[in-house]
Design a protein around this ligand. Sequence first.
Ligand code: FAD
Length: 324
Amino acid sequence: MSILVYIRNVGGTIKKQSLELCSYAKAMSDKLNLQVVGLVIGEIDQAELETLGKYGMSKILLAGDAQYNKRVNRVYTQIAEQAVNATNASYILFPDNNQGKAIAPRLSVRLKAGFVPQVMDLPESYDPFIVSKRAFTGKALASVQVKTERKIMTPMLNSFGLREAPVDLKIETFAPQIDEPVSRLEIIDKQTNTEGINLADADIVVSGGRGLKAAENFALLEELAQSIGAATACSRPVADDGWRPADEHVGQTGKSIAPNIYFAVGISGAIQHVAGVSGSKCIVAINSDADAPIFEVADYGLVGDAFKIVPELSALFRQFMADK
Ligand code: FAD
């Protein structure tokens, strides 16, 4: 028996969220005495895979054929199912992102396994198996009991954190049998925003709302973000008005993120916005209106004019980083 962890292969690299999943699985394996096995699909460097051993993964199944470089959810689900059977996995972990959301439910149907998305912490108990998940767009936690023999979960980013636990790692080639064409569609062009830090993986996010008044004023936030190595985000109207790129929009209808620190600058804190950021470990709000709803969810609040506070903060952070 094992705990199988799907490792997201991002163009030949492994991101923090996968290392966190390893840490999560290792903590489970310490309780259950099960081996932590990773499934990696697509071409990737051996050196990149070896980082997984630092976080408690003792074996990797590598389906590294170049034909799998393009993610096709239907095919990845088949590969995951075969990996579950090959490792006799009773717990299967995916990241709580677009890949996990696309593959984990398909796999749960194929395996008739209980599936818990948006997991917030380690299981509360193993027998019976109970785990807590985000509910009502983050306003509540639900404790869920999974009764099937196999259990699939998608722990959220930053729900557990990174914990080093070095073990010897064995990498095995895995050759799945795929009984249909791998690709029915061909992507002929793709434009990726490669500037800045990826929002989904960022530890710190600096986000702006309509309180910044105009697109050009977001230079202030970019400056703040650069001073602390943060990614930038925004509220929906800001993206709708074209002040910021659409892929920065967070909230109920945008990205759902859970960084360690979320700066909300000139954002009122509407329920639909908070839905996408309430998983953040610490929310810092800067708003000129002391009654703005964002202060109800903020851990730290600064009441005042963002145009005055933000440049001062950037200068302080730059100084702090230089003194470190
Ligand atoms: P505002 O509500 O206009 O707030 C601006 C804030 O800036 C105010 O609190 C003001 O006090 C402050 N401010 C003004 N000047 C300054 C200054 N100089 N310094 C500091 N602060 C200042 N919104 C999202 O963000 N994400 C979503 O995913 C989303 N999904 C939605 C889905 C639906 C179905 C609906 C109906 C709405 C959705 N919305 C979403 C919109 C949401 O309801 C709010 O309208 C939106 O979040 C407000 O954006 P804002 O906070 O930037 O602007």
